[in-house]
Write a protein that binds this ligand. Sequence first.
Ligand SMILES: Cc1ncc(COP(=O)(O)O)c(C=O)c1O
Length: 396
Amino acid sequence: MQLAQRIKAIKPSPTLALNARAKALAAQGVDVAGFVAGEPDFDTPEFIKQAAIDSLKAGFTKYTPTAGIPELREAICAKLQRDNQLTYAPDQVLVSVGAKHSLYNIFQALLNEGDEVIIFTPYWVSYPDMVMLAGGKPVILQTQEENGYAPDPEALKRALTPRTRAVIINSPSNPTGAVYSRAALEGIAAAVKDHDCLIVSDDIYEKLLYQGQFLNIANVAPELFPRLVVVNGMSKAYSMTGWRLGYAAGPKPLIAGMQMIQDQSTSNPNSITQKAGVAALKGPTEFLTKMVDEFRARRELIVSGLNALDGVKCRTPEGAFYVFPDVRGLLQRQYKGAPLGTSSRISEALLDDFRVAVMPGAPFGAEGYLRLSFATSREVIQKGLSRMKDFVAALS
Ligand SMILES: Cc1ncc(COP(=O)(O)O)c(C=O)c1O
C-alpha cells in the first residue's frame, strides 16, 4: 500500500519500541530489569481516582468543549499563577490528550514547510519527528555535559535564521535530568532577545526536582512572556500517564490555531479524565512529596552504582527520573570478539545476554551515553546494577 510521503521522514518511537520488547520478554517469563519506561511506578492517588469515579457515576460522559471544561482551564490558570507566577486567562489554555499532543498541535499550528525549530541535545526523542511531521526542519544544537547541558548562547545566536520559528526548552530534561539554572535561562533569553521566535517550554517534569529551584524562562526574562508557550500535564507529577491529560498555555492566536486542529482531530480530551485533572490540580500534595523523596533515594542508589562500574561516568541529575551515564569508556572494549562500538550495541547486549533493558543515547542525539529511568523499584535497580557489573566484567 502506498502511504503518504510524510510517514517516510519519521521513525517509530525508539523508547516505545524497546519498552514493548522488554515487556514481551517479561510476558514470556524472562526476568528483565527494565529501565526504559518514562512513567512513575506509583499508582494514581486515590482522591484523583475517586473524582473520576464520582464523575462517571454522575453521568459526566458526554462531549465537552474541545479546549476543556471551564473548571479545568481555570484550575490550570490558578496553577500557573500559584506555582509559576505566570498569568493566563482561561481562553489562553488548551487542554489536550497529554503534553505530547499539545506539542504536536503547536508545531502543526506554527510551522510552514522548511520552517526551523531549534532543539538542544540531548533531546526527547519525539521533538524532531513532531517537527518533521509538521513539515518543519529540526535544527539540532549540541550542548555539553561539562556545562550541565546548558546551551551556549553564542552558538544559539548563530543557529537563529530568518526561518527559525521556535526554540524548545525542556527543563528538567528527558533524557539527562538536567535542570537549567537562572544563568542558563538568561543565556537563552539574551540569545533570542532580538529574534521573533516562539519559546516552547516543555515543563512536564517541573515537579520532579531533587535540588535547586524550577524556573520557567519567563521568570527570568518576563519580556519573553508574549511569545512563550508553556506545555505541561498530569502524567508525571500525578502518576497519570495512562489517563492522557495535558495542556498548553500561550498567546491567544496560537492557542486558537491549535484548537482548530484539535476541533478537526481529537475534539475534547476524555470528560472523566478532565474531572480527575481538576481534582489533581486542586488536591493535596503529600503524595508528590513522598514520590519525590523515593525518587531522590533511588537517584543516589543508581548514580553511585553506575559510577562504580569501570568505564562508566554518571552525572547526578537535578530532576526528572532519568540518569544519562557516559559509557564512552566502554565503546572500545571487546564483547564476543568485537569492539562494542555504539551505545545501541551496548543496549542490545544488555537486553539479549544480561536481561537489562536500557535506552541507547543515540536516539536522544548523544551517542556514547545510555538512558536509564529510575522510576522502578530499588530491588530492580539493585538487580540491574549487579547485571551491568557482570556485563562490564565480561568485556576485554
Ligand atoms: C520531555 C517530555 N515531554 C512530554 C512528554 C509527554 O507527556 P504526556 O504523557 O503528557 O503526553 C514526555 C513523556 O515521556 C516527555 O518525556
